[in-house]
Design a protein. Structure first.
Lengths: 385, 129
């Protein structure tokens, strides 16, 4: 529901006035005043799946680690192997606590030999910064800069995202592979230009798409936002809020901090073991993960659920075996606008993780049947390029 | 947003339209707008009793669940079964989409509900505009 007066503690992105002028429904997300619904959640969701949608994700954080010691620092801090990155390449990774649970999930970008960018979640920004300082504090030749407020980050997502963004830049977007990025010039109307803009083929929707990082002054941000909307209008572009962002990432089986990953869930329980490169050398949390492996694996795991009987299993709803044993809780659950089913993710004992296992979700006192299905729920159709 | 003058309203954003001893109950335009795209409606069965001020079911959007509170006491005379397949009808036209019809046990209860102008005033106070 829109609020006309803000608590002074709520932070705003540079596009806040634009969202409010467009009459988006606003919500407090991790201390940020963000649009949850701009044009209708289902319409926004479908625009991303069939055309293109645009998101303001400036509330996320951007931490730069620089210096000859920056790779060593990233390698200690994050579980994936950053030494495999080429310049211009990014990887999904995570920072772990010593017990193998999550500080946050991140995307690590190699800008150049001694220069890395870690994009972190909005809700965990301060915690992450303190954590990074703590871990790298005693390491040589590495310096941390928090550039979070320097960038307006705009995500353009969907099968028509490339065509949309291509109208605004001479950079050949077809040359940027998935999870790679480059720097280039955005050409705005009236001869305006934004030089040295980072353009990354990353996103959180399960579709093809880009995230661009532009200067965070309000005028520039508004201008870029408006020109993206105009460029995408022939493809039915819609401004999208956090509501659609959540249903899109849920369909794609992507984790959300505080739900599928947290400080009480370890890497194997979350099903993210393939991003933890235990052979790369030591990193914070590695010993704990090796112990889990040595013990034969995790005792509980993340599964996908599809409601079988009528009802919507939502975040936090308990999950039971059919004979009444409590198995766990739904970590994220919602109707799926594209698949037209009610889907959820939950962490349950490994004995209940086989596909088609039937369970019961407690929905306001009623037990409603669901079954285990494969993750992700949705995979975008692959074009041959 | 519109609020028909001949309906009565509750602070929980339901409306009731009375015809003799039967009241048709729905949710207001304001409620459907706040909820967003409605995907699921949970309603009682014909013959169930409802009590003024108590919940009789729920309506769900993609992102939220909202309890439905009965404006009046009585017995459920009819349920709008089309809402099982097409709950989004409520978003399209909240004012004419009835959820259930209630055989009123006390027709005078309706007089205690808000008139359209009072309901509109209530909303503007609640949201500050």
């Amino acid at each position: 529901m829109s609020e006309s007066t803000l608590s002074p503690a709520l932070r705003k992105t540079a596009l806040n006035a634009v969202h409010r002028a467009a009459k988006s429904k606003m919500v407090d997300f991790g201390g940020w005043d963000m649009p949850v619904d701009c044009c209708g959640l289902i319409a926004e969701h479908m625009a991303v799946r069939t055309g293109v949608g645009v998101f303001d994700v400036s509330h996320m954080g951007d931490i730069q680690l620089r210096g000859p010691g920056s790779l060593a620092a990233i390698q200690k801090l994050c579980m994936n192997d950053a030494s495999k990155l080429a310049e211009g390449q990014a990887q999904y990774s995570a920072m772990l606590y010593p017990n193998g649970t999550f500080v946050d999930d991140v995307v690590v970008h190699k800008l150049s030999e001694n220069d890395y960018l870690i994009v972190i979640n909005a809700g965990t920004r301060e915690k992450d910064v303190q954590w990074i300082r703590k871990v790298i504090g005693s390491m040589p030749s590495v310096h941390m800069n928090d550039f979070s407020d320097y960038y307006t980050q705009v995500a353009i997502q969907g099968p028509r995202a490339a065509e949309t963004l291509q109208k605004l830049t001479a950079v050949d977007l077809s040359g940027i592979k998935n999870y790679w990025f480059t720097w280039g010039r955005l050409d705005l109307k009236d001869g305006g230009a934004l030089h040295n803009v980072m353009i990354a083929r990353t996103g959180y929707t399960g579709e093809d798409g880009f995230e661009i990082y532009v200067p965070s002054d309000e005028a520039t941000s508004a201008r870029v936002w408006g020109e993206v909307l105009e460029a995408g209008s022939e493809f039915g572009i819609l401004a999208c809020g956090l509501g659609a962002r959540n249903t899109l990432r849920l369909e794609a089986g992507m984790a959300l901090y505080g739900h599928e990953i947290s400080d009480t869930i370890n890497v194997f329980e979350a099903g993210l073991g393939r991003y933890a490169k235990l052979d790369k050398g030591d990193f914070v949390g590695r010993d704990a993960l090796l112990e889990v492996q040595a013990a034969g694996g995790p005792k509980r795991k993340l599964v996908g659920l599809e409601m079988v009987e009528r009802g919507i299993g939502r975040d936090g709803y308990p999950v039971f075996s059919l004979d009444g044993k409590r198995l766990g809780e739904i970590t994220s659950g919602s109707p799926s606008p594209f698949l037209k089913k009610n889907i959820a993710m939950a962490i349950v004992p490994v004995e209940f993780t086989a596909l088609d296992t039937e369970v019961a979700v407690e929905i306001r006192g009623q037990m409603v049947k669901a079954k285990v299905v494969a993750l992700p729920f949705y995979k975008r159709p692959r074009k041959s390029t | 947003m519109s609020y028909p003058a001949n309906y009565r309203y509750t602070k929980e954003h339901e409306w009731i339209s009375v015809d003799g001893t039967t009241g048709s109950v729905g949710i207001t335009d304001y409620a459907q707008d706040s909820l967003g795209d409605i995907v699921f409606v949970d309603l009682p069965k014909v013959g169930d009793a409802v009590e003024a001020g108590k919940t009789f079911g729920s309506v769900e959007s993609v992102k939220a669940v909202s309890d439905l509170y009965s404006p009046v006491s009585g017995t459920v005379a009819a349920v709008n079964d089309s809402l099982k397949e097409k709950p989004e009808t409520i978003n399209t036209d909240a004012n004419t989409t009835w959820l259930l019809k209630v055989e009123l046990s006390d027709a005078k209860q309706v007089d205690g509900l808000l008139a359209a102008a009072e309901y509109e005033k209530f909303i503007s106070e609640e949201t500050g505009h």
